[in-house]
Design a protein around this ligand. Sequence first.
Ligand code: F6P
Length: 445
Amino acid sequence: MSIKVDIKNAMITGEEMSNIYTQIKLADEMLKNKSGAGNDFLGWLDYPDNYDKEEFDRLLDVVGNIQNDCEALVVIGIGGSYLGSKAIIDALNPFFVNELDGNQRKAPKIYFAGQNISGKYLKALYERVKGQNFMVNVISKSGTTTEPAIAFRVFKNLLEEKYGKEESKKRIFVTTDKARGALKSLADEEGYASFVIPDDVGGRYSVHTSVGLLPIGAAGFDIKAFMQGAKDQMDEINGDDSLDNPCYRYVAARNVLYRKAKDTEIMVNYEPEMTMLAEWWKQLFGESEGKEGKGIFPVSVNNSTDLHSLGQIVQEGKRNIFETVITVNNHEEDMIIPSDDNDLDGLNYIAGKGMNYVNTQAYMGTLLAHVDGNVPNIVLELEKLDAYNLGRLVYFFERACGISGYVLGVNPFNQPGVEAYKKNMFALLGKKGFEDLAKQLKGKM
Ligand SMILES: O=P(O)(O)OC[C@H]1O[C@](O)(CO)[C@@H](O)[C@@H]1O
């Protein structure tokens, strides 16, 4: 079912929506006819139709082998080579899944590495994985990103010590550029099975490519349904160029709000398994829109947890924020609140109710309070948290982000700003070629 976008609490007039509509339509046309900035990175746009079916079948085979042949898969990557698969796997997995033992599990444990530079984290993961029958999927479009490169070196060594060089080759799956980068050269040299990140798909738009599909499939989820969701969402957007199109409505609302000085968007969820979905969304919109001194700053809260930490500032702090709440209609699990003869905690008034009911009242009460506090709320309603609907949601946001970037007047497909920290880090680490910068930086320290 379609994703619904409700803007009745977004504090926007019909006139404001109509005024921005032409720009939304034009921006989407620029995407579709590939006439805008960054038009060499639009491979994701038709990907649900145009993906490489042979590679997909090969991926299904590999996923099946991973599931049969190992207890644990270490997925190495950062940013767009990490957040999407982590988001979908977290949203779909039962809680505490890695604590289930072998016969209670339908798929290997999935561990993530290379998404930080913490020695403590990597050491702990190394110790946890070394006694298990494990495999590795290393993902990097550039093939040169420092964080995953370090993690891969560590786990490659561990595999080779444990299984020997030849057997290790069967346990390593590489997802990278088809021709360039250190990882591609290494994969060719060693003969690792490789999957391609298409040239024209940037990291943050790559969840439906093998970047996302291999880990999501290995974790036991239906990647065909995930692709179908994207396809249906794409067809739906292409089939309606009016403001009834939920994707257009979301883009229109957030841009109207931005023009009214609401320059911070808070992605709100009420289910902890959606935490990482917001992290993926933050990269998507932050890297796409945050340039040339422009952009809506994307942040997220996990409620009701964060109502007890950030609730105060949302309700009464600087009025430059709006919220986008994601709600899910169908919850499969619930916990009924027990009754108690003594009722010393005073909870009997909700005894017999499900926690999902309580959570919904918390959501509605919060929304009304925040709107009273001058925080506009956009609500995105998802039918269900399953592979199909998540496939839809990912495409929905990708398309919304591409359109929104053009409405803002930026290239939504580059990220020049992330190079600054990398250069400084290389200089400070003493990498060859960064000697002059190292001198300058040391002078400032
Ligand atoms: O897949 P790669 O090339 O390792 O890049 C990982 C991430 O790093 C960035 O390039 C930022 O440095 C992101 O845009 C990207 O998603």
